[in-house]
Design a protein around this ligand. Sequence first.
Ligand code: SF4
Length: 248
Amino acid sequence: MHTGRIHSLETFGTVDGPGIRFVLFLQGCALQCRYCHNPDSWNTKAGMERTVEQILQEIEPYVEYYRRSGGGITVTGGEPTLQAPFVAELFRECKARWGLHTALDSSGFCEASHANELLDVTDLVLLDLKRMDREGHRELTSQPNERILKFAQHLSARGNRMWVRRVLVPGWTDSADDLIAFGRFVGELDGVEKIEVLPYHRMGVYKWQELGLAYPLEGVMEPGPDEVKRAYRLIDQGLGTSHETVQQ
Ligand code: SF4
């Protein structure tokens, strides 16, 4: 049985996939997004070590709630594909024991061929596409985006179902050109069931302070409803009308 490095867990998540969900946050991420609200999840050596069986025991008391609400389990992070064999075993067991719906919340910064076993037991991928231009993406996240865009195309080619998400950060991810390019790219993918614009928020700022890190988006405001609506409009423009966007 595999062990994984865990950051934290929630038993009643409602925003990371359909219904009520068990949400498992894994430790470790190779990106360093300026807006990250979990910078304490970056270090691959921190967190707690847990076996798949230990996580299953945490899930078991709530299984009926998840099933009745049309929910399930979501694994997020950090970046869950860094621990793909652990997550694959966890998802397989959740399905075998309880028939639970499984969702993987990923930045997509993953070598596509390394994730196939995991993707075989994943019902839904919540894929964050942060910015379309390569240099801007590197400035925002510390890494270029080719691997992420390839991963999105890999999911499309395999027939994985996706919700594609975009964090809206004023001055960083809200340019008209990039939002239109995002819509155009997503419009060419198969399997996209939903597009979500997630307004940037500052709830994780205290974690940067606790880690002794300077917060890189000091002075950036959270976007208002009109800015979110504008983002959806621009994405729709890129998308044509081939997908329906769903607002939060
Ligand atoms: S991919 Fe997620 S966990 Fe990793 S740095 Fe970005 S926001 Fe944080």
